[in-house]
Design a protein around this ligand. Structure first.
Ligand SMILES: C[S@@+](CC[C@H](N)C(=O)[O-])C[C@H]1O[C@@H](n2cnc3c(N)ncnc32)[C@H](O)[C@@H]1O
Length: 298
């Protein structure tokens, strides 16, 4: 009996290690805060090397790396292209063709934005990510790790699709809560993907985005609304808590309250995204994508 219990316990511990890549992708920022802590190589590994590996897979793995079984929804592939396509679809004639992605990680969405914008700036707080993005821009390709069972897996190479014009894309290290210091000028589009609830002051990011966008420009938020005090002090959460009266604050409702005075809501949809931790273990995001157009009279 007791040995059975022990096996279960060891099994649960193994599970913690197995979930590491998906959790690392989901948490995103934590390694920046914890980067000086020693890494154990598993679920608490937030070293640059480990995060680059996780996001390299997330951004550059091929559809066939995910579509292994008939039951896997076809919609889970192409997340970053779909994020960029939303921006491109809502670009308005005559609005400056300059876009910024805040929290670009390994850069896939920023590269995809070059299909529809003359200039794109990918910003991330991590120097390691920005160095990686610049390497991909220079070489047009990147290696990524495709996790297999246990310690198995393979290193694969992904090439940037030929329609991507990487000469239009620049990457900069910077803080998404200090956008004016980063922007080369007024912007036609700003996008965040799974980053708004990973910065220390999301309201500040939204306010600065509003000020940097030209009238008619778009703010695209693709977010899972997974607030955590690991990255964002609770008094800065936009939603996901109970207010003083005990009423639940819903993030989308809060976004509407903050944004609708200056923006109109153009589209909302679900964008699926998966991170592959093993051939039979995927981490599945059902992000809420919202597209907000800055009102002309602002
Ligand atoms: C969860 S990841 C999402 C990455 C990418 N957008 C995606 O969807 O695959 C969050 C990203 O935001 C970056 N980040 C966190 N805080 C930031 C900040 N204050 N300013 C800029 N980037 C930040 C992290 O380094 C990380 O690359």
């Amino acid at each position: 009996m007791s040995s059975g219990g022990k096996e279960i316990w060891l099994g649960a511990l193994a599970g913690v290690g197995t979930f590491a890549a998906g959790l690392a992708v989901y948490k995103g920022l934590q390694y920046v805060r914890d980067r000086n802590k020693p890494s154990d190589g598993h679920s608490h590994d937030h070293s640059d090397e480990y995060m680059l590996k996780c996001f390299g897979t997330l951004h550059y793995a091929a559809p066939e790396d995910y579509l292994l079984y008939d039951c896997v929804p076809r919609d889970v592939v192409g997340f970053h292209e779909k994020c960029a396509n939303l921006c491109i679809k809502h670009r308005k004639e005559g609005v400056v063709s300059r876009a910024m992605e805040v929290g670009c990680a390994s850069g896939r969405t920023s590269f995809e934005l070059s299909r529809g914008f003359d200039s794109v700036l990918g910003v991330d707080i991590s120097q390691a990510f920005v160095d990686k993005c610049n390497e991909i821009k220079r070489t047009g390709q990147t290696e990524y790790w495709l996790p297999g069972e246990g310690e198995l897996g393979e290193t694969k190479i992904a090439h940037l699709p030929p329609e991507i014009n990487s000469s239009r894309v620049e990457f900069k290290v910077g803080d998404g809560c200090n956008l004016p210091a980063l922007s080369p000028g007024p912007l036609g589009c700003i996008i965040t993907c799974n980053t708004l609830c990973r910065v220390p002051d999301p309201a500040k990011l939204l306010e600065q985005a509003r000020d940097l966008l030209v009238p008619g420009g778009t703010l695209v938020l693709v977010e899972s609304y997974t607030w955590t005090e690991e990255t964002t002090p609770k008094d800065k959460w936009l939603g996901g808590y109970k207010d003083k009266e005990g009423k639940e604050v819903d993030t989308f409702e809060a976004l509407k309250a903050v944004l609708l005075p200056d923006f109109q809501l153009e589209e909302e949809c679900v964008l699926q995204c998966v991170s592959r931790d093993a051939p039979r273990l995927f981490f599945w995001f059902l992000d809420h994508a919202t597209v907000w157009r800055k009102r002309e009279n602002h």
